[in-house]
Design a protein around this ligand. Sequence first.
Ligand code: IPE
Ligand code: IPE
Ligand code: MG
Length: 248
Amino acid sequence: MTTQSKASSPSHICVIMDGNGRWAKKRLMPRSFGHRKGVEATRRCVEFFATAGVKYLTLFAFSSENWNRPDDEVSNLMELFMRSLQRYTDELHDQGLRIRFIGDRDQFSDKLCQQIEQSEVKTENNRGMTVNIAANYGGQWDIVNAARQLATRVQEGDINIADIDAQQFASGLVLDDAPNPDLFIRTGGEQRISNFLLWQLAYTEFYFCDCLWPDFDEREMQLAIDEFQRRQRRFGKTGEQVEVAPEC
Ligand code: IPE
Ligand code: IPE
Ligand code: MG
C-alpha cells in the first residue's frame, strides 16, 4: 500500500448520484424528469473523469433497496437504463471506454440483461476508463456473496479456514480486479453510504456536496478533485511519517 504526503490524482472514483427526485420536485416536475436529467449529468461525469485520466469510475445507479420505491418509478428507471445503454454504448465504445455492470442481475428482465451483456461484451477489450455501473447493487449483498464463495471452497477442500485473509476475501467481491476507490463522492446533501461499497471504502476519501445530481457539472467535479488533492492519506501512519517518506 502506498502512502503519500498529499493525495495525487484519484485513479478510482465512486459516486452516489443522488438528488434527481428533489431536483425535479423543485421544478414542480415528476421524478422521472429528474432521472432523465440525471442521465445527462452521468454522461458529463463520464466524459470529465475519463479526460482527467481516471482509470475506474463506479457509479451507483440503483441500490438493492431502491426496489422499495413505487412500482411506476422502478419501471421508469428500468426503462431509462435500457434506453441509456442503447443510446450511449457505441459512443462510449468509440471513446475506448469499458462498460461493466456490478450487482445482482437476477431481478432484471431478460431484455435488460441482454442489453447489459451486449454493452459489456462490445467494450470489454477497450483500454480506456472502466465505467462500473452499480445496478441492483448492495454492499451487504457483495460481502455475503464473497463469504458464500469462500464457504464453498472450504467445503470442497480447496482452501483451509485458516488460510482466509482479507486479500482472499476481497477476491470474491465484485470489484476484485480494480484498486479500491480513492475518492467517494455523494451529491444531494445526505451524508451516508446507503449500502454502497462497504468493504472497498475502507480507506477511501469521502466528499459530500449539496449539489443535486442533475446540477453536478464540470465545476462541481473539479471542486471534488481539488478537495481530494488537499487531503493527506495516512493509511494508519502518522502525518510526519507520511511527509518524510512519501512513497514508502
Ligand atoms: C438518485 O436520486 C437516483 C436513484 C436512486 C435511482 P433520487 O431518486 O434518490 O433523488 P432524491 O434523493 O429523491 O432527490
Ligand atoms: C442511493 O440513493 C442509491 C443511488 C443513488 C442509486 P438513495 O436515494 O436510494 O439513498 P437513501 O435511501 O436516501 O439512503
Ligand atoms: Mg435519494
